[in-house]
Design a protein around this ligand. Structure first.
Ligand code: TXA
Ligand code: MG
Length: 327
């Protein structure tokens, strides 16, 4: 059984000290909670992989406290990187650059690039300032599971693996940062997030490419298709399919729960947990992982999710739902 720990704290000084001691500290960001460790300490980095159960070849993002630190972690930094950092940091954008020779290969999974980001959360910005160096920070969940958007989620998943959880309340954005790879040619979006390809293209005044789903030449663990998945099977369905599926589950005396834009139909059994969800993508994203976790706890036969619109505003959400529902 998972143990609920009392290691939630808002004491930034304590958190910084624990990190200096090589311990793991979960930290809040505007996207999801990160599992923090000293990015210059190989033992601490190894603890991150062990705690998550993450394969060693899946690279980690290094979180920084200020722009000048970019040069401590990357080389051959193109002007586009500075422009994006200036425009979007602190914020939900991760920039992939050529790695500085001093960066541990444990962080980069042996690749010659490194992913950097300044997150936008006042507690974590203060933590990074006090710590004074980079922190690795994968999402603070077990490998392949739903990312945490509240300190309590981290406590449930990794409570016994971390020395402390810096409690910064619910994450404002709720899904992971956009990852952009600044190669010699055009910028490439490796993972969709709140910052869109269009926004990046506008700032850089250049075309931005989207990574094809199956391109694994540069590895991103979020790209593994069955990611962000609850234990209960998730199905992404059209409105018609959703209603038909509910009937089918009912006929076989099985319970499912539903996340839908519609109100619960009057004729449905009281036992079916039906959640009517916001049609605002920003609100939907903010609540998405907490909703998946809550539905998962019901231990029903399935979680049925009504298909979301297929447009720019929903693209990052659709990406996460597709991965959560992959069988
Ligand atoms: O919003 C976020 O990015 C959150 C918060 C905590 O900052 N972090 C996060 O970390 O989502 P994680 O480890 O769950 O996902 C990091 C992603 C992975 O898909 C990883 O493969 C990719 O970043 N990544 C890391 N280094 C990379 C690199 N050098 N090249 C390409 N992708 C990289
Ligand atoms: Mg993750």
């Amino acid at each position: 059984m998972h143990r609920m720990n009392n290691n939630l704290t808002t004491d930034v000084q304590l958190a910084a000290q624990l990190l200096r001691d090589g311990k793991l500290v979960a930290f809040p960001t505007e996207t999801v909670y990160g599992l923090g460790a000293d990015a210059r300490n190989p033992i601490a980095i190894k603890k991150v992989f062990a705690a998550k159960g993450r394969p060693a070849d899946h690279p980690l993002i290094v979180h920084l406290g200020n722009h000048e630190q970019i040069a401590e972690w990357a080389i051959d930094i193109p002007p586009t990187a500075w422009a994006l950092a200036k425009h979007f940091w602190p914020g939900p954008l991760t920039i992939v650059l050529s790695k500085h020779p001093s960066v541990s290969p444990l962080i980069t999974g042996g690749q010659d690039t490194v992913a950097l980001r300044i997150p936008n959360h006042h507690l974590t910005l203060e933590l990074l300032k006090q710590f004074g160096s980079g922190l690795v920070g994968p999402s603070a969940n077990k490998y392949g599971r739903v990312s945490p958007t509240m300190a309590e989620h981290v406590a449930l998943d990794l409570g016994s693996e971390v020395a402390a959880i810096l409690d910064g309340g619910p994450c404002q954005i709720g899904i992971e940062s956009t990852i952009v790879y600044l190669s010699k040619n055009q910028p490439l979006i490796m993972r969709q997030g709140a910052i869109t390809a269009q926004q990046i293209a506008e700032v850089l005044d250049t075309a931005v490419a989207l990574k094809p789903q199956d391109n694994i030449s540069v590895r991103t663990s979020g790209s593994h298709i069955s990611h962000y998945a609850p234990r209960t099977p998730v199905y992404l369905l059209s409105t018609t399919e959703l209603l038909a599926s509910i009937n089918s589950y009912q006929m076989h005396h099985k319970l499912c729960s539903v996340i839908s834009f519609m109100p619960k139909p009057k004729n449905l059994s009281r036992d079916i947990y039906w959640q009517q969800i916001s049609q605002e993508p920003v609100v939907y994203a903010q609540q998405l992982y907490a909703n998946l976790r809550a539905h998962d706890l019901l231990n029903n036969a399935a979680i049925l999710i009504e298909q979301v619109p297929d447009n720019l505003e929903w693209v990052a959400i659709l990406d996460r739902l597709t991965r959560a529902s992959f069988k």
